[in-house]
Write a protein that binds this ligand. Structure first.
Ligand SMILES: *[C@@H]1O[C@H](CO)[C@@H](O)[C@H](O)[C@H]1NC(C)=O
Ligand SMILES: *[C@@H]1O[C@H](CO)[C@@H](O)[C@H](O)[C@H]1NC(C)=O
Ligand SMILES: *[C@@H]1O[C@H](CO)[C@@H](O)[C@H](O)[C@H]1NC(C)=O
Ligand SMILES: *[C@@H]1O[C@H](CO)[C@@H](O)[C@H](O)[C@H]1NC(C)=O
Length: 409
């Protein structure tokens, strides 16, 4: 138990360092980053990290070393691929870390060797195999960028709608642009939209690519990275989006991450966000609590036991959730020490857990849809913030109805 005693001494020291830095930091700048709230019983979680570039990496990482303990407590030390990989990350952090975060060695022989140790690797699906073999690859170039997305507004972007889409989903994107994803400054609050894409594979890939480029020139809202847009690359997409946000949209207040087939009541979302105390970090949506890996092999969410064992953290359902813009930097940093997980919203939950931030449930998010009879009812939709899922036609129709000033409910 020597190691664990060492660890608690280290944790105590780091908490002191963090506390001192926190006090200095709050004295210095109150404005830009929310004063983080510390949930009860979580005193060793991240309390504050200055989001700007001047925060010394040592300071930031000391925070994480403290807070990663929470994640560590929830992950069993088991003989499963992800668990073992993540424990290596914990150990690397203890040893002095940072420089060799595992993802420097993308698609290395090491990955193949580790894969070879999974007893039933041969029975894994092609997607899983690729996820494992390329799971450390995080450096993909941006093929289509929108460098001025957040630049030409007087106020910082208030809400950034970051919508996961697929190259072929032209109709869904157009419906979003024409309805809840329309850019503008309602009540002086700049709203901006980006669609997050990887590349299309197969015979029609190159042709789709050209169409998407054309679409981007017309609408200026596409971000496309040079990786295959598959379900198991969504975590990668999240990560690359965070990097983009830090480059291009650093001052954003809130980020709504969603799918292109959700319906969002943007005016109501803005009302809600406008009413919040921005000094508290926010991570909200429909909270999935007490979940664990799905073991039904035919499911899209199937996770083999030789891949991961343990519970899932509470997380906000990936159909759509909102978090404070300044958290982008923290998520980006912490995610360099949390191994990618094939299910993107679970991964985001793991990163938030590592940061000591719990998802807050909001009843207006219905990522598993509503009663069938209500699915076309504008009055029901005018009370919601987000619902999954609606076709482009339903979206156009519902939007027209809920934005009609004569709507009587
Ligand atoms: C990480 O890098 C250090 C030197 O920078 C090296 O001593 C250590 O072996 C490396 N660890 C791993 C797991 O590669
Ligand atoms: C990422 O890729 C770019 C070019 O593709 C390269 O210049 C850069 O060094 C890479 N970074 C890392 C950390 O591998
Ligand atoms: C900036 O936002 C405030 C509300 O936060 C608003 O009152 C003001 O009009 C906005 N300024 C511009 C130029 O839109
Ligand atoms: C993710 O994208 C990379 C780069 O295109 C690809 O090599 C890898 O197979 C993809 N992973 C999955 C799980 O599809």
């Amino acid at each position: 138990m020597r190691a664990s005693r060492c660890l608690s001494v280290a944790t105590a020291l780091l908490t002191l360092v963090a506390l001192k830095a926190y006090i200095e930091w709050t004295a210095e700048q109150e404005e830009h980053f929310p004063t983080p709230h510390v949930a009860s019983g979580q005193s060793s979680s991240v309390t504050a990290v200055q989001p700007s570039d001047d925060a010394s990496p040592a300071f930031v990482f000391q925070h994480f070393n403290v807070s990663l303990q929470q994640l560590r407590h929830s992950i069993p030390r088991a003989k499963a691929y992800w668990n073992e990989k993540q424990y290596k990350n914990f150990w690397a952090l203890e040893e002095g870390w940072v420089a060799n975060a595992s993802w420097d060695k993308c698609a290395s022989s090491d990955a193949a060797e580790q894969a070879g140790k999974i007893k039933d690797f041969g029975s894994y699906s092609e997607l899983y195999k690729n996820f494992i073999l390329y799971g450390d690859c995080r450096n993909f170039s941006l093929l289509i960028d929108q460098p001025g997305k957040c630049a030409n507004t007087k106020n910082d972007t208030f809400l950034l709608l970051a919508i996961k889409s697929l190259p072929g989903n032209f109709a869904a994107r157009q419906a979003v642009r024409d309805t809840w994803g329309k850019e503008g400054e309602p009540s002086g609050l700049p709203v901006r939209t980006v669609f997050l894409l990887g590349t299309a594979q197969g015979r029609y890939g190159p042709r789709l690519q050209r169409l998407v480029r054309f679409e981007s020139r017309s609408f200026g809202d596409i971000l496309m990275w040079d990786f295959e847009d598959t379900f198991f690359n969504l975590t990668l997409k999240d990560f690359l989006f965070l990097s983009w946000t830090l480059d291009r949209c650093r001052g954003v207040r809130f980020i709504l991450k969603g799918d292109d087939d959700v319906f969002i009541n943007t005016p109501k979302v803005l009302d809600y966000l406008g009413s919040l105390d921005t000094s508290k970090p926010l991570y909200t949506g429909q909270v999935v609590a007490n979940a664990s890996p799905f073991r039904v092999q035919r499911s899209k969410y199937y996770v083999p036991e030789s891949f991961y064992v343990g519970p899932y953290p509470a997380y906000a359902g990936g159909g759509g959730y909102i978090f404070s813009g300044p958290l982008a930097r923290l998520l980006h940093l912490i995610s360099q020490h949390v191994a990618f997980y094939p299910i993107d919203d679970v991964y985001t939950g793991l990163c938030f857990q590592a940061l000591g931030i719990r998802p807050e449930a909001h009843t207006g998010f219905l990522t598993f849809d509503i009663a069938e009879k209500d699915r076309e009812d504008p009055c029901v939709h005018s009370q919601l913030l987000l619902v999954h899922r609606r076709s482009p036609q339903q979206t156009l129709h519902l939007w027209k109805q809920i934005t009609n000033p004569n709507l009587k409910c």
